[in-house]
Design a protein around this ligand. Structure first.
Ligand code: SAH
Ligand code: SF4
Length: 386
């Protein structure tokens, strides 16, 4: 029989949820293939996309311009899972943090930011998590201490946007920017990340422009290269944090696999392929990486790249030997980098700066949940993922 559940399961083996096809995990082209398998015209796929991403309904029963027979067929073979908003959201000035529970009970966080001058009125930015935990083990980061529990599926990334968008619909606000700077290493979940980006970007759906999507990475070099080959105008931010391999090896184990020279070479490839300015994030650790000598080396290292250096005040996590740099040291470092001819900003900590609430989401809930969880997917070998 056309469109029987077994045939559909064979057609979309990686996108099943509770034995049925998860339509929220499908690319628009796959939705077309799906409706064809059900013996329907491709136009039905456009209708489904509008219901899912423009009108943002959560059930087939609400898709009122589809025939009752088609809706019943959909109920039988497909599902529309969604994230569960787990706790009251926490707000801080213009940023709001959301804690979601995934269908398997794992928690993730996202942050909504509003009133960013460069976005315009009614435009919001959302900072998304890409994994439950993170395998990269950076010394200064709370997410690193959790280890990786699992990758998020594409729909679990997209649904963070949908859930937040739904909450601001009534105010006429729109999520216009997405940054993958929450928990996880997005380039360690490459395939699902790109799928999520394509779903977020599709013109019949949410329509978030590639230029308005940013990925922050600790430096998974083969994945940066793969991304460059795709020639998508995505914004790429590199978490640099050190200018010498010896120090970066210590702060970020990923550097032992792909060192600074390899990382910077992949950034040059990325810039050549996409034409986009590169952002380099640099977390300021007192007496560790914040000397003027480091600032000079940073200028040298980034020579020839069109770049922006973003200095990040370290958000203290339990660590015996790190302290955040003083404002005076941060300012001196910034001036030195600027004197070297680079653009250099300091991330504002609270309120309206786009990155303020990102990167260091609070992990209390997550710790509680995954404290005793297996870490089967933890991969110290730092594969490029997916
Ligand atoms: N895994 C990716 C994206 C998430 S982390 C990455 O590392 O780039 C987002 C940013 O927050 C990174 O630049 C990261 O280095 C930074 N970060 C991590 N822990 C931090 C802390 N305690 N204080 C300030 N920034 C931190
Ligand atoms: Fe993972 Fe990024 Fe934290 Fe490093 S800084 S452990 S890559 S989330």
């Amino acid at each position: 029989m056309v469109g029987c559940p077994e045939e559909l399961a064979r057609a979309f083996p990686d996108h099943l949820h509770e034995g049925k096809v998860n339509l929220k995990d499908l690319l628009p082209s796959e939705l077309e293939a799906f409706v064809r398998l059900l013996g329907q015209s491709p136009y039905r796929a456009r209708q489904l996309i509008r219901w899912l991403y423009v009108r943002r309904v959560g059930a087939f029963a609400d898709m009122t311009d589809l025939s009752r027979a088609f809706r019943e067929l959909l109920e039988a073979v497909a599902v529309l899972p969604s994230l569960h908003l787990a706790s009251p959201q926490e707000s801080l000035q213009d940023t709001t943090k959301f804690l979601f529970t995934l269908p398997d009970g794992n928690p993730i966080e996202s942050v909504r930011m509003r009133y960013l001058e460069h976005l315009g009125p009614g435009r919001l930015a959302v900072c998304l998590s890409s994994q439950v935990g993170c395998a990269m083990g950076c010394e200064f980061c709370a997410s690193g201490k959790l280890g990786l529990v699992r990758n998020l599926q594409a729909w679990e990334m997209v649904d963070q946007v949908l859930a937040i968008q739904r909450r601001v619909d009534a105010r006429g606000e729109r999520v216009a920017n997405v940054v993958f700077m929450g928990i996880g290493e997005p380039l360690h979940n490459f395939r699902n990340l790109l799928r999520a980006i394509r779903i977020l970007n599709h013109g019949d759906g949410l329509g978030i422009g590639m230029r308005h999507i940013a990925i922050s990475t600790s430096g998974v070099v083969p994945a940066i290269r793969r991304l460059a080959e795709k020639r998508l105008p995505l914004k790429l931010a590199i978490s640099l944090h050190a200018t010498r391999d010896e120090l970066r090896d210590r702060l970020m184990p990923v550097n032992r696999r792909w060192n600074l020279a390899e990382l910077l070479a992949s950034c040059r490839e990325y810039q050549a392929a996409t034409g986009r300015r590169m952002t380099f994030e640099y977390v300021m650790l007192d007496g560790v990486n914040d000397s003027l000598e480091e600032a000079d080396r940073l200028v040298e290292l980034l020579g020839g790249l069109r770049s922006l250096v973003n200095l990040i005040p370290w958000n203290p996590v339990d660590h015996p030997s790190f302290r955040r740099s003083s404002k005076i040291r941060v300012r001196a470092f910034q001036e030195r980098v600027q004197q070297g001819g680079l653009r250099c900003t300091v991330r504002r900590e609270k309120g309206s700066d786009i990155d303020a609430a990102c990167g260091q989401l609070r992990l209390r809930e997550i710790r509680r949940h995954v404290g005793a969880a297996p870490r089967a997917e933890n991969t110290p070998a730092f594969s490029a993922g997916g």
